[in-house]
Design a protein around this ligand. Structure first.
Ligand code: GAL
Length: 649
């Protein structure tokens, strides 16, 4: 795994470039990402390109043997371009243009912007396509960030209508698929359909679901436009995009089809602060981030493309969260090792030097603005020394997989039917529960190969096509599906055919009624002599047999038939844990209870153990088999915010 850094030569005096490049190399970095916001310096006036500075900056990096990831600058169209073509601006749902003065101020559907994108990407790729320092291209920067996935411009509306026409062919088919007869929402022509915005009350869910699909597809199409140019003009170089962690508005699997490498931007502390975690969790991991945040996203993006990496790694306090604490000493090294253990191609820190001006001047860098090494630097040095002792990661298929589907996440956002904590929360809760058992996990998508797993988990994936259900059911794995899984059709209608859920049907269950419940509800679940709270959703299951646990009012809660388990609620942590124990035993999977702060990841014989907490952890108290091992890093007691690595002999 290589290390890299995000660098903005245009922010600094050219007298610094040589020293910066040398210091990067000396620190052990070998990759540098540049260029992604530099349009106003590359083309200061319409059609007038200034390559000289970028040639020089690249020459300095190349001279030090650093490899470059070149970003296309399309996330920041310059002022002259916006003034010439105001139609490139994104439009909010109230019809107001979102203006120049920050970034991401363009509409993915703007025909003008697509032409301008083609022009600038061609110019850069023609200039540097064969440059010996450039090994990879990054398209744009964080598609969809700052709410930029949606635009309600004239071009977007026209494109949405065209997209609908391609999907449904006739307006009658759209009316039937959506169910527009409700509230007299029927259309006579595609030209009548507007985006689902600014309605008096809740817009139609099928309309919203197709809007989400359309917005995601527009980002994919826009990315493809850039990828095609880069592939033509820069043969042999890889192409990536840097995705946002915990972001679900873009179908990452779909967009990654055109990429060689899926990368993402990892800000564990910043995103914990902004998440819906409890105050207790926020306090506990204030300086380390949620122990599953980075791993969850590593595993999601690992599943998206043949290779993956971390394009931006938090190095210190960020500037954009409600509060911005510094990472505990050791965390930058720990996060780097977690990425390594998951098989990342590279980790690149954001950013090289802290800026003394503009929006991000309060965001840490590896160096201060006046080039003093910050806390992350000795941790990176230590990683570089330690890395020599650890063998390369061997990829192998784990026992456990979790299904993800973007349309289902969007449906969850559109019709939560209760306070369900956000679309990713069922998958995230399950993922954390699995990590607390000490397991490696794969994410799978409906089109993934599902063979070879012992246990497949379906965390309230609402839309499950028949072909996906068949793959799941014939995978040979033990299946465990939670409430709402398979409960909706592609068009957001209730799946009546198979007893309201294709997976419930496979477990021999009929779902009669459902309800969402507040945390203070009186319904519990009894299992094995214990009573558990059930979370915010419960279904009334009717089953002729196979009842494994019941709700407190006696109705079936967990039903099992052959290898299919269906649980009619969204269990909280304690209940999830006992359910997982039982299905793991059934599937023949070894399980541990590693607790809250400790996480483990296996790669062949090599075991990586992480302590995200502020107290030491004694490994032999948690893992059963600590005999016949060879220590590679650390030892049996892992200090706070530290790691141990060993090989099983
Ligand atoms: C990312 C973005 C970077 C920078 C960073 C700050 O979302 O891609 O350009 O703004 O956040 O944490």
């Amino acid at each position: 795994m290589k290390l890299g850094v995000c660098y903005y030569p245009e922010h600094w005096s050219r007298n610094d470039w040589g020293d910066d490049a040398r210091s990067m190399r000396e620190l052990g970095l070998s990759l540098v990402r540049i260029g992604e916001f530099a349009w106003s310096r590359i083309e200061p006036f319409p059609g007038q390109f200034d390559w000289e500075w970028l040639d020089q900056a690249l020459a300095h990096l190349h001279q030090e043997g650093l490899q470059v990831i070149m970003g296309t600058p399309t996330a920041t169209p310059p002022k002259w371009l916006v003034d010439r073509h105001p139609d490139i601006l994104p439009v909010d749902e109230f019809g107001h243009p979102r203006r120049f003065g920050s970034r991401r101020h363009y509409c993915f559907s703007s025909q003008t912007y697509r032409a301008e994108t083609k022009r600038i990407v061609e110019a850069i790729a023609r200039r540097y396509g064969e440059h010996p320092a450039i090994v990879m291209w990054q398209t744009d920067n964080e598609f969809g960030h700052h709410g930029s996935d949606e635009s309600f411009s004239e071009d977007a509306i026209a494109a949405f209508r065209k997209w609908l026409e391609q999907r449904y062919q006739t307006i009658e088919a759209l009316n039937a698929a959506w169910g527009t007869v409700f509230w007299s929402q029927e259309y006579n022509a595609f030209e009548e359909v507007d985006p689902p915005a600014h309605c008096v009350t809740e817009p139609h869910p099928a309309h919203r679901l197709d809007w989400r699909r359309f917005c995601s597809d527009q980002m994919c199409g826009y990315n493809q436009l850039q990828v095609d140019i880069i592939r033509r003009l820069s043969p042999g170089r890889e192409v990536t995009h840097n995705f946002i962690g915990d972001f679900y508005r873009l179908d990452h699997r779909n967009i990654s089809r055109s990429l060689d490498v899926a990368t993402w931007d990892s800000y564990p502390i910043g995103l914990l602060s902004e998440s819906n975690a409890s105050d207790e969790g926020k306090a506990r991991w204030l300086r380390s981030g949620d122990p599953d945040f980075a791993a969850f996203n590593h595993d999601v993006f690992r599943a998206c493309a043949p290779k993956w990496g971390v394009m931006e790694q938090q190095p210190g306090p960020v500037n954009w969260a409600t509060y911005n604490p510094a990472p505990a000493p050791g965390m930058v090294r720990l996060w780097t090792w977690e990425a390594f253990a998951h098989g990342a191609e590279f980790v690149s820190y954001f950013r090289w030097r802290q800026l003394p001006f503009a929006q991000e001047q309060m965001h840490a860098g590896l160096l201060s603005a006046d080039r003093k090494a910050q806390n992350a630097v000795p941790e990176i040095q230590r990683f570089c020394d330690e890395r020599k002792r650890v063998p390369a990661i061997e990829a192998s298929r784990p026992d456990v997989a979790i299904l993800i589907d973007y349309s289902s996440l969007w449906h969850h956002e559109i019709q939560p039917h209760g306070n369900l904590d956000g679309p990713l929360s069922p998958a995230r809760a399950l993922y954390s529960a699995c990590r607390r058992k000490g397991w490696n996990i794969d994410f799978i998508f409906p089109d993934s190969d599902m063979s070879g797993y012992k246990l497949i988990l379906v965390p309230s994936v609402r839309i499950i096509a028949e072909s996906t259900a068949e793959k799941l059911l014939s995978s040979g794995a033990v299946l465990l599906a939670f409430a709402l899984s398979g409960s909706r059709t592609e068009s957001a209608q209730t799946a009546f055919g198979s007893q309201r859920s294709v997976l419930a049907a496979a477990a021999g269950v009929q779902i009669d009624e459902f309800e969402s419940l507040p945390p203070f509800s009186d319904v519990n679940l009894s299992y094995d002599g214990n009573t558990f709270p059930i979370g915010p959703w419960r279904e009334q299951l009717v089953a002729s047999g196979g009842v494994h646990a019941r709700f407190s009012d006696g109705a079936p809660a967990w039903v099992k038939q052959d290898n299919v388990n269906y649980v009619g609620c969204l269990p909280d942590r304690a209940l999830l844990s006992v359910i997982l124990d039982e299905v793991a035993d059934e599937a023949g999977i070894t399980r541990f209870d590693v607790g809250d702060d400790f996480r483990i990841r296996r790669a062949g014989d090599v075991h990586f153990a992480f302590n995200y907490g502020s107290r030491p952890i004694d490994l032999s108290a948690v893992l059963t088999d600590m005999t016949s091992i060879e220590w590679i890093i650390g030892e049996e007691t892992i200090p706070p915010f530290d790691i141990s690595v060993w090989r099983k002999l």
